[in-house]
Structures are given as structure tokens and as C-alpha cells.
Write a protein that binds this ligand. Structure first.
Ligand SMILES: C[S@@+](CC[C@H](N)C(=O)[O-])C[C@H]1O[C@@H](n2cnc3c(N)ncnc32)[C@H](O)[C@@H]1O
Length: 273
């Protein structure tokens, strides 16, 4: 699948971001915001990661595929806690390198594989994974259906997929819709809702969970963490970027609280016809 110039630019930005997220101040903020310190870039909290382990039935002997794995959050944590094996896929090589180093520190390298690959065009064999996860990946790329269709092909018949995604609340007047788009991830818009896209690509939805309130709470903790670590953050990123960042969190928080930007979890199983 051809990636757009905007998507290629996103990967380049993330190559740098994953390095920066390893700085002590960023890791310290991540502990207070999401309860983890992997250098994550999604809004997945430690509590949500624990729920994913249970929903996907992860344990020793199972193989998880995590797409858009970044620097390993939350998939490395899920593998560490459950004992499963995990394959991490993403495009920025820096994130995956950091994930590999974390796996080595956690003495679990033999259960972890990293692969630079495009989630819209996966070359794994049919029916090769017990579980698939992705955290806020689909709002970071254009071809959402291609990812869901690829996942459908490679999941085992008794496997499950769980993912979170940020989206624009349906049915908004144009002005609010535009504000939602401006306050969401880069590719938040989709031509259909996620239930329809899952149905169209051969999945049965087992569970959905509205995470919007939790997302608002996490965003609020992020604003508080930025204020608490103001001086250290300014030393790292400079006054201008700090001011932009704080404005951005505040604007996002308002949009989430108003319900025009939402976050949801989907648990799905392959439809067997
Ligand atoms: C919101 S981040 C989540 C990263 C990590 N899982 C976390 O929770 O911190 C989404 C990730 O999706 C990746 N991504 C975007 N488009 C992709 C694609 N076509 N194939 C694979 N990964 C992609 C990005 O590089 C980014 O690392």
C-alpha cells in the first residue's frame, strides 16, 4: 500500500520522538500519567494494558502480534506479565531498537521479535497469531481497512484482536467536526465507523468499551505532569515548544470533555463463514 507524504513525515517525526521519550523527565511523566515507563506515545494506561492481557487470554505458549508497537508499550509489558511471546511491528526503527533494549533489560529477548513493516501490508502466513493488539494505531494511518483485513488473514480461527482507537464523534455539525479533527491524531478521520469496517473485513465484535472518560482523565494528568515538571521540560524542549505543547494538551482536553473526540476499545474475533 502506497504511503502518503504525510504518513512518511509522521514516521520521520516519530523516529526522533521515541529517542526523546527515553529522557528521564519524559519517563518520569509517563509514570505519573500512564503508570508505565516504556516511552509510549499512545494513551493506553497500565490498567488498560492489564485488561488487554485478560481479554486476549495471553499466557505462556501464546503468540501476540502488536502493530504500531512504538518502543514496546504496551505489548512488552503484556508479554512480561503474561509470559506470552510477542512480535512487535512498526515503521520507525528507533522505537523498535529501544523496545529490543528494554526486552533485553527485562530478560525476555528470547520471547520478543521486532520487525520494521507496514501494518497495511503484512507478509506473515495465514492464521499464524493467537492474538493481535494495537494501541491508537488506526488513527495514525490512512488505510484502516487494509490493516483490519491483514489482521483477519493472519489471526488463528480461535484467536482474538483487541485495539483502542481515537475517533471523531459521529453526526457533529461541520464546525465542531473540524475542531475534533484539529484536536485528534493526524489521521483521525475515517470513511466509515469502526463497527462497519470490522464487519466488512470479516470480524465479529465481541465487546466495545467507551474509554473517553478515561482518556480525559489521562489527558488531565498529562497537563498536570507538564506543569509539575515545567523547568525540566523546558530544559529539554525549550520555552516555545513547551508553550505549544501545553496549549495543545488543553485544547485536546476540552475537545475530549465535550465528547467531540472519543476513544474506544474493540475486542473482535474472526467471523468463520
Ligand atoms: C499512537 S502510536 C502507538 C505506539 C505504541 N504502541 C504506544 O502505545 O506507545 C501509533 C504507532 O503506529 C505506527 N504506525 C503508523 N502507521 C503505521 C503503519 N502503516 N504500519 C505500522 N505502524 C504504523 C506509528 O509509527 C506509531 O508508532
Amino acid at each position: 500500500m502506497q504511503r502518503t507524504a504525510e504518513e512518511l513525515a509522521q514516521t520521520e517525526r516519530l523516529e526522533n520522538l521515541y529517542e526523546r521519550l527515553q529522557s528521564p523527565v519524559m519517563l518520569s511523566m509517563e509514570r505519573s500519567v500512564c503508570g508505565c515507563d516504556y516511552g509510549g506515545s499512545s494513551w493506553t494506561t497500565r490498567e488498560e494494558a492489564g485488561d488487554l492481557i485478560a481479554m486476549l487470554g495471553l499466557c505462556s505458549g501464546k503468540h501476540l502480534l502488536d502493530l504500531g508497537a512504538g518502543s514496546g508499550w504496551p505489548a512488552l509489558y503484556m508479554a512480561r506479565e503474561s509470559g506470552c511471546s510477542v512480535t512487535l511491528v512498526d515503521l520507525p526503527a528507533n522505537g523498535l531498537r529501544i523496545a529490543g533494549e528494554r526486552a533485553a533489560r527485562d530478560e525476555m529477548s528470547e520471547r520478543v521479535t521486532t520487525l520494521v513493516a507496514d501494518a497495511t501490508d503484512l507478509s506473515f502466513s495465514d492464521a499464524s497469531y493467537d492474538a493481535i493488539s494495537h494501541s491508537d494505531l488506526l488513527c495514525c494511518l490512512k488505510h484502516k481497512r487494509s490493516v483490519l483485513a491483514s489482521c483477519r488473514r493472519i489471526i488463528r480461527p480461535d484467536g482474538h484482536m483487541a485495539f483502542t482507537v481515537i475517533f471523531v464523534a459521529p453526526g457533529l455539525p461541520e464546525k465542531q467536526r473540524l475542531r475534533a479533527v484539529a484536536n485528534g491524531p493526524e489521521f483521525i478521520e475515517s470513511d466509515a465507523d469502526y463497527a462497519t469496517m470490522l464487519e466488512d473485513t470479516g470480524w465479529t465484535i465481541l465487546k466495545t468499551q467507551d474509554l473517553t472518560a478515561a482518556y480525559a482523565a489521562t489527558c488531565k494528568r498529562q497537563i498536570e505532569a507538564d506543569e509539575a515538571q515545567r523547568d525540566e521540560l523546558i530544559s529539554l524542549i525549550g520555552q516555545d515548544e513547551y508553550a505549544e505543547r501545553v496549549d495543545e494538551w488543553r485544547s485536546k482536553f476540552t475537545a475530549i470533555k465535550e465528547g467531540i473526540v472519543r476513544r474506544e476499545l474493540f475486542l473482535a474475533a474472526p467471523r468463520i463463514s
